[in-house]
Design a protein around this ligand. Structure first.
Ligand SMILES: [Fe+2]
Ligand SMILES: [Fe+2]
Length: 370
């Protein structure tokens, strides 16, 4: 099923080339992996799953209400545009919002796959190369699943958001090997995880709930990897080098806050750009959403040792400083448990259906032989 013709606005180009910088590194030492990283690699192998089978694609999705999003969550809610809309317009708006959101997830997953592959290439040690190879596969599966959901269930895609593309470009163009970790594993993945989590926990639609819960089960490993690798490495850096990383994080965080507006959606509904921005800024729901989006990034940044005064000041300005105290470990354990519980419930329901079917067949057999 081609994506051409499904974009709300055609992308300016059908491919995007980011020139590669830095070295591809080989090592001839095959036997001195760090235990924690190798354990994570083993877990990555053990926990591979196939979205073709694990996800119940037969579940129907209403393209005009794919997530069960409440009206209040749409930034137009309550405005004069909202009042002028009829039910059909509002249904279309819901489709566009869900499409925009999941399209950014899809493009982000492709970016994660490319960054993980870049880490395989550039990181010096074999244990990290092994681990990243499993993550590359994880991200391929995620991109496949979000792509299928958008093509088959929502039927519409949005191009990559400018801010997301810009951050992805900066992350990939940098020749220092730790930058793809910092840009992708900490910033983009951290942001995506928070957004996945909010939808997973609020949607009442079974298909997107399954997708998000299972993808998040993998993402917990990705965050763990980024933290481990960077915490070790940043202990060895000079103050000046650490400040450079902090500047990158600060800039990335502002970019991402701006990314979260989905102004393209409103512009597609004929609302002038300036007014769309104003409506979005004044939406209470969006303000809360934005703050929650940093819930995975701030504690991670603090944990890896990037916590200088300028960075703290930026987080005060963004209103998210206190999130640094929340427990990432707890959040990630919960992510894994939610997916496991969902599996258990689904298997229990299938088992029950099977038992009922057998009982009925036996009863029919008994009737027939009477
Ligand atoms: Fe992913
Ligand atoms: Fe990931």
């Amino acid at each position: 099923m081609s994506t051409q013709g499904r974009y709300t606005t055609e992308p300016a180009e059908w491919s995007w080339e980011v020139p590669a910088q830095g070295a591809a590194r080989f090592t001839w030492e095959y036997d001195d992996g760090r235990d924690r990283l190798l354990a994570l690699y083993q877990k990555g192998k053990d926990k591979q799953w196939d979205g073709m089978r694990r996800i119940d694609w037969d579940l129907e999705v209403d393209p005009y209400d794919p997530l069960g999003t409440p009206d209040e969550a749409m930034s137009l809610y309550g405005s004069r545009y909202w009042v002028a809309m009829n039910e059909a317009d509002r249904a279309l708006l819901r489709q566009h919002y869900a499409s925009w959101q999941f399209s950014q997830f899809l493009h982000g997953e492709q970016g994660a796959m490319v960054c993980a592959a870049r880490i395989v290439e550039s990181v010096p040690d074999l244990d990290a190369k092994f681990y990243s190879a499993t993550q590359t596969m994880d991200e391929a599966r995620h991109a496949e699943i979000y792509g299928r959901f958008l093509h088959e269930k929502i039927g519409m895609l949005y191009p990559i958001d400018d801010n997301l593309q810009s951050l992805l470009g900066d992350t990939l163009r940098d020749s220092r090997w730790d930058m793809p970790y910092l840009g992708m594993q900490v910033l983009i993945e951290g942001l995506a995880l928070a957004a996945f989590g909010m939808i997973r926990d609020t949607t009442d639609k079974p298909l997107p709930k399954q997708i998000l819960a299972y993808v998040m089960q993998d993402e917990a490993r990705h965050v763990a990897f980024g933290r481990m690798a960077l915490r070790d490495y940043y202990k060895q850096l000079s103050d000046a080098e650490l400040r450079e990383r902090e500047e990158f994080v600060i800039e990335g965080c502002y970019l991402m806050r701006n990314r979260l507006r989905g102004l393209e959606v409103l512009e597609n509904f004929g609302i002038p750009a300036a007014e769309a921005a104003e409506l979005t800024e004044s939406s209470d729901f969006l303000r809360l959403f934005r703050k929650l989006l940093f819930s995975r990034i701030v504690p991670c940044v603090k944990d890896i040792g990037l916590w200088g005064p300028r960075l703290q000041q930026a987080y005060v300005d963004l209103g998210v400083l206190e999130l640094g105290d929340s427990s990432l470990d707890l959040l990630m354990t919960q992510d894994e448990e939610i997916a496991e519980r969902m599996d258990a419930e689904r298997f229990a329901a299938e088992e029950q259906a099977r038992v009922t079917e057998v009982t009925e067949t036996v009863a029919q057999g008994a009737e027939a032989s009477e």
